[in-house]
Structures are given as C-alpha cells and as structure tokens.
Design a protein around this ligand. Structure first.
Ligand code: HEM
Length: 403
C-alpha cells in the first residue's frame, strides 16, 4: 500500500467536538481519513477495523504520564494512578489484575442480578406517580454505589459518606481540574483509610464474601504491596461509578426518545433487556476515547504512526462505523449486526473487569422501570454529555408514571 504523511491528516476542531453534533462531525472526519490529528498532540483513530491492532501488544497503556503532564508528580492522586491496574502494563498489570479477576468472578457478578432488581424496585417505588425526579442523583448514582457497597459488605449507615467519597474521588481517573485537586486528594485519603480498614477486618475475620476471596488471592500471590492491594479495591469502586451512572441515563433517555421501541421493551422487558443495553452502549458510549502509546511503527491504512506516538481510539466513532453497522446513526434495539465484543467496555488486556456487573445493573434497572412505570417520560430536555474520556452526564428529570 502507498504511504501517506501524517501531516496531511485533518486536524480535529475542539470546538466542533464540544458542539452538539459530535457524531455528525466524527462521521465527516471518518469519511476523510482513518486518523485525525488533535491540537493537544495525540492522533485519534476513527475506524473499528484498526482497534485490534491498537489494543494489541503493539501498544501500551498510558501510565503516570497523564498526571505528570498536568504537573501532578506526588500525593494521593499520583499514588493512586501509580498503583492502579488500569494505568499499568505487562507483568505489573497482570499482578494487579489477576487477584481481582479471580475474586470478582462472572458467577458472583451475575448473582448480583436479583439484588440489582430489588434495589431498583425499591428506588422506583419511592418515586412512582410522585412527579419529576432528579434521575441522575436519585436512581442512576444510587444503583452502582449501593451495589458495590453491598459486594464489599459496607453497612448502610456508611452509605452517605461512601457516596460522597465516590463523587469526589472519581475525578482522579480523568483530567484533573487543578482547582479541585485538594478536595479530590482529601477525599481519596479518607477513602483509602476506609478501604484499609475493610481489608484488615477481612484478614482478621473472614466472611466468605468478595473481599475475603480477594485478601486470600493477594496473600497467595504474595507479590503486591499494601498500596497496590488497596488501590485495586478503590479503583474498582471508582471505575464502576460514573460509567454505570452515565450509561443508565443515556440508555433510558434514548429509549424514551423512541416511543415505539420503548413500547416494545415494556411489552417484553425480559426478552429485550440484553438487546436494549447492547444498543444503548453502542449508540452513545460513555467512555468516548481510550488512549494508547505505540510501541513500534504502526501502519494504519498507509499512515505510518511512529513508535512513541499517542493514539486515542475514538469509541464514539468506532461504534458508528458503517463498515460494521447498517444504518449506524439509527438507534435500533432490534439490530442484529453487533460484533461479539462491545467496544464500549474496551478491548485487549485492559478490557473492563466489571462488564458482567454493569450489564446486570443496567438490564435489571431498565426492566424494573419498564415493568412498574411503563408511562415514564422525560420531564425536561435530554441530558447533555460533557466531553471527556468518561463523558459527564448533565441533569435529567424523569417522571415515573405507572400503568
Ligand atoms: C457501563 C459501565 C461501564 C463501562 C462503559 C466501562 C468501560 C470500561 C472501559 C472502556 C475500560 C477499559 C479502559 C482502557 O482500556 O483503558 C474499563 C476498564 C475497567 N473497568 Fe469498566 N466500565 C463499566 C463498568 C465497570 C464496573 C461496574 C466496574 C467494577 C465494579 C468496572 C471496573 C473496571 C476495571 C477495574 C477496569 C480496569 C481493567 C484493567 O485495567 O485491566 N467497570 N471499563
């Protein structure tokens, strides 16, 4: 194949990405080239067929450089990133991931379904036929926080402080608003101490739950520092919070915006719940970009990406790639062209560890809403999604209207 200069690639306009029609803009770019340049430096990959290469061992995960670029080189945020599985590579990544993966098994996560369903039912019934509610705060933030609290055996009396730590600390994963650094670090410090305490309790009195399995697994492996052991637990909580919260909001908003599909779902929630979540995660993924660093020269349709270059995979663009999906800009819960793996959960060595739990939470909550409140409607505009690697959901008012 002939070779092209990277300098000839289009430059992405940040203004256009932050504008309303981000999908329309990405579609336009995808028609021009497989990659675009960005003013911040990284290249952005737009086509699904290159993801296999970009998530392979020809690339590596970004490590602490994301924080160093922001001038954060010590303190609780830096230490968290420095010890997390998500920002590690090779043997270090495996060492940190394996004990969590062993304890956070699919079977355990799938067994959370009845709990997710019961929790969603309790929350929806509190607001049924009671007028508009703040869906983000009252439902979407509650489900992931309360379920992970349940998995970790956290008492109900600690829920309010636990939820505040999640809200304040989740920002540690992304681009830090430096004005918020002190608040995030204070919260992370308190969160770390709380998790240390939970771990100490399980070592002293095993309970036959996830944390007990986890402390056994790390003791058996014997190759993790105390900070690494704790960070994987805090990381699990944070990685599953904003992602599940935002996904629940956007999937419900799109379903309600398509009344015929909402009616079909209400008529057969159990039969359609998987299809609804699969399509929702494709159509409006909450994780918009996943960056990687090239470890060798990569050939992307004749554009030679040098070793050391940062390439961000645009999940938003790949999930609407017409080479994969028929009529990709239509929200269609009946489509049959989903690939086996939903790119919304990433790919390769770092593919999401919480996928089974997230799917259980999303499917069961939406099912409960459809079953108990089929006349549910938006009581305000559709929620906005602020651009970021994990897109932040704006306000969403919903009215749970019963039959
Ligand atoms: C709809 C909800 C969710 C979405 C869209 C999502 C998405 C993702 C993505 C895209 C990655 C890969 C990032 C990368 O490669 O750089 C990831 C990793 C991860 N996710 Fe999720 N996630 C969700 C829910 C959860 C939940 C509920 C948990 C746990 C309670 C969780 C735990 C993790 C962990 C621990 C990793 C790091 C894996 C590793 O580095 O090896 N996620 N997630």
């Amino acid at each position: 194949m002939s070779q092209f200069s990277l300098d000839s690639l289009p430059m992405i306009s940040v203004d256009a990405v932050t504008g309303m029609d981000v999908h329309g803009y990405l579609k336009h770019l995808r028609g021009l080239a497989p990659l675009v340049r960005s003013p911040m430096g990284p290249l952005i990959a737009l086509r699904r067929r290159h993801t296999e290469l970009l998530f392979s061992d020809a690339t590596r995960q970004m490590e602490t450089e994301t924080k160093l670029m922001q001038g954060i080189s010590s303190g609780p945020i830096f230490d968290f990133i420095d010890t997390a599985m998500l920002m590690a590579n090779g043997e270090t990544h495996l060492r940190r991931r394996q004990p969590v993966a062993r304890a956070f098994a699919f079977k355990l996560m799938d067994a959370m379904r009845p709990k997710a369903s019961a929790l969603a039912e309790e929350l929806v019934l509190q607001h049924l036929d009671a007028g508009p509610i703040d869906f983000v705060k009252e439902i979407a933030a509650q489900i992931p926080a309360r379920l992970i609290a349940n998995i970790l055996g956290i008492p109900a009396s600690d829920l309010p402080i636990f939820m505040r730590w999640i809200e304040d600390s989740a920002a540690a994963l992304g681009f830090i608003d430096l004005e918020q650094r002190e608040r995030i670090e204070a919260s992370l410090t308190a969160f770390n101490a709380y998790v240390d305490d939970l771990l100490a309790q399980r070592r002293q009195s095993p309970r036959g739950d996830f944390l007990t399995d986890y402390v056994h697994a790390v003791a058996e492996a014997g190759n993790l520092s105390e900070a690494e052991i704790r960070t994987q637990v805090v990381g699990l909580i944070l990685a599953g919070s904003d992602t599940t919260r935002g996904s629940l909001c956007v999937i419900l908003a799109h379903l309600l915006a398509h009344p015929a599909q909402w009616a079909a779902f209400c008529a057969d929630p159990d039969g359609l719940k998987k299809a609804v979540v699969e399509e929702g995660l494709r159509y409006e993924p909450i994780v918009s970009m996943i960056p990687r660093v090239a470890l060798r020269e990569l050939d992307i349709d004749g554009y030679l990406v040098p070793a050391g270059a940062i390439v961000a995979i645009s999940v938003l663009s790949c999930q609407r790639d017409p080479e994969v999906y028929a009529d990709p800009d239509s929200f269609n819960i009946f489509r049959t062209d989903h690939p086996r793996w939903n790119l919304g959960f990433g790919a390769g060595a770092h593919r999401c560890l919480g996928e089974a739990l997230a799917r259980a939470e999303l499917e069961e909550t939406l099912t409960v809403i459809a079953r108990l409140a089929p006349r549910t409607h938006m009581a305000g505009p559709a929620p906005t999604l602020a651009p970021a690697a994990i897109r932040q959901i704006g306000p969403m008012q919903v009215d749970f209207d019963g039959a």
